[in-house]
Ligand binder design. Structure first.
Ligand code: GLU
Length: 493
């Protein structure tokens, strides 16, 4: 095989959901497996659909996911199209520019070459003419599309025009897709399509072929939605005398209801899942298992990036649509969180604590971190578990204390006796607190669960925290006592 070069070629027309990043990741894995290169190309030729912020989003989220790019837009290229943010990367490479709007002269050059060779022609039909033609085709129940009226008109180059590709209609075509096997067309159901617009901007079909060729792309991973227009690309390669790359048309990602991903079924993008507290390694492991499996005899589900690189193969991709199941991703995230070293966990918590504006003394957080790590499935669950360590006034929902035979007077009694038992402790250690508070429950003839439930709400304001005695020990005797006393003023007599 010649050098493997794959690319991710997003259009900055919105914030790609995880399905898009899966395509990028598969292209990356394939390149890495074969010691090749992974490129990023920005396909920004559809000027009406550009969404501000989406280029930065793509670059930042690829970075967060750790999908490293070997070649892509340089800082100067980004700047030239107004993408001039702090920390914008300077990728670059020998096949630049990697942003299509900076490559217009090259598309014009190839369009001219196609005209010269007789594979394309200039067309000056007006929008009204095309509209009329379309209406007539519909009335005749014909394949809609341009009739080819200008094919022989020789429209002069100095008149406003588009460039169209001469699509052969009576021609069979066939190619081997790396995922779906052989794909055949008996006749090509496509009419003379526009390659270059009158504005000088190319259509996708021309730009993608020129760039994949110029950037020496060996394997094209792209969405299944492009399969139906693949004949245009194959014919363009043929007309230009270029060797086409291997195509791998990626299956769709559906929701658990079997339908296209929607908000409800988790059409989430990488930034959203980051903000929801997923670790990048979970996201990569998880999306790689949507529609891909390591092959016969392996049930492995948890893969490091290196293991994925080793195990990945095109044969393992299932041509049928894959399913995105967020509950499973949550489960997997919990596993990844528990597998982190405590030190790493503490470090990874910092942006999430900052995001929730929860600032906990580092030593206190470190003391509770191993317990928190055991209990969370996503990183955003961390802050609410430890925010009782801050000095923010507690907002106790007292009714959470009252269950299993605990009423107001009983709760007061538990708190009063606990204050006395804690005051008497010479040492405020986990064991000492444990003994003292169990003693209080026994004296009152209560099961520990409901009694401790009262104390938990009294001191932390919540029902879910790290283990009680550890939490108390970390918070410190004075604060525990003052919060218990505070509660006495709140519980109704
Ligand atoms: N710009 C196209 C898209 O975002 C890319 C298709 C391709 O990878 O060739 O859908």
């Amino acid at each position: 095989m010649t050098e493997v070069r794959t690319r991710f070629a997003p259009s900055p027309t919105g914030f790609q959901h995880l399905g898009g990043f899966r395509t990028a990741f598969f292209a990356y894995l394939f390149a890495k497996k074969h010691g090749g290169k992974f490129l990023l190309r920005i396909e920004d030729t559809d000027r009406e659909r550009l969404v501000p912020g989406s280029i930065r989003f793509i670059i930042e989220e690829l970075g967060w996911l750790g999908i490293s790019i070997d070649e892509g837009p340089s800082r100067a290229e980004l700047k030239e199209i107004g993408e001039d943010w702090n920390d914008a990367p300077n990728l670059g490479g020998e096949c630049g520019p990697y942003i299509q709007s900076l490559r217009l002269p090259r598309y014009k050059e190839v369009a001219d070459l196609l005209i010269e060779k007789g594979f394309a022609y200039r067309c000056d039909c007006t929008a009204e003419m095309l509209e009329r033609e379309r209406a007539e085709q519909m009335a005749r129940r014909e394949l809609p599309g341009y009739s080819g009226y200008c094919r022989t008109r020789n429209v002069p180059a100095d008149k406003p025009h588009v460039v169209r590709f001469k699509m052969p209609t009576k021609r069979a075509l066939s190619f081997v897709d790396a995922i779906r096997g052989r794909v055949n067309w008996d006749t090509i159901p496509l009419r003379d399509t526009v390659l270059l617009k009158s504005s000088g901007f190319p259509m996708y079909h021309l730009a993608v072929v020129v760039d994949d060729h110029d950037m020496r792309i060996s394997h094209v991973f792209r969405g299944i939605e492009w399969l139906s227009t693949a004949p245009i690309h194959l014919l363009l390669y043929e007309a230009l005398g270029w060797e086409p790359p291997v195509f791998a048309h990626m299956p769709l990602v559906n929701g658990t209801d079997g339908k296209k991903l929607s908000k409800r079924t988790g059409a989430l993008n990488a930034r959203q899942v980051r903000e929801m507290g997923y670790l990048p390694e979970t996201v990569l492991n998880f999306v790689s298992l949507i529609g891909w499996a390591p092959g016969e005899g392996s049930n492995q589900e948890i893969f490091t990036r290196d293991e994925l690189v080793k195990a990945f193969s095109l044969e393992g991709i299932n041509p049928a649509s894959g399913v995105f199941d967020i509950t499973k991703m949550e489960w997997m995230n919990g596993m990844y969180i528990r597998n982190l070293s405590v030190g790493e966990f503490i470090e990874r918590c910092q942006p999430y604590l900052a995001q929730a504006a929860v600032s906990v003394p580092a030593d206190q957080f470190a003391a509770l971190a191993p317990h928190v790590q055991e209990r969370v499935k996503t990183m955003i669950e961390v802050a609410p578990m430890v925010d009782f360590l801050t000095d923010k006034p507690l907002n106790r929902e007292l009714n959470l204390m009252f269950n299993k035979g605990i009423d107001g007077p009983k709760a007061r009694e538990i708190v009063t006796r606990s204050v006395a038992a804690i005051e008497a402790l010479p040492e405020f250690t986990v064991d000492a607190i444990d003994q003292a508070l169990r003693g209080v429950a026994t004296e009152l003839g209560l099961k520990p669960g409901p009694a401790f439930g009262v104390l938990r709400v009294a001191v932390t304001g919540k029902t879910v925290t790290p283990p009680l005695f550890e939490s108390f020990a970390v918070l410190g005797k004075d604060k525990v006592l003052s919060r218990l006393r505070e509660t006495l003023d709140l519980i109704p007599q």
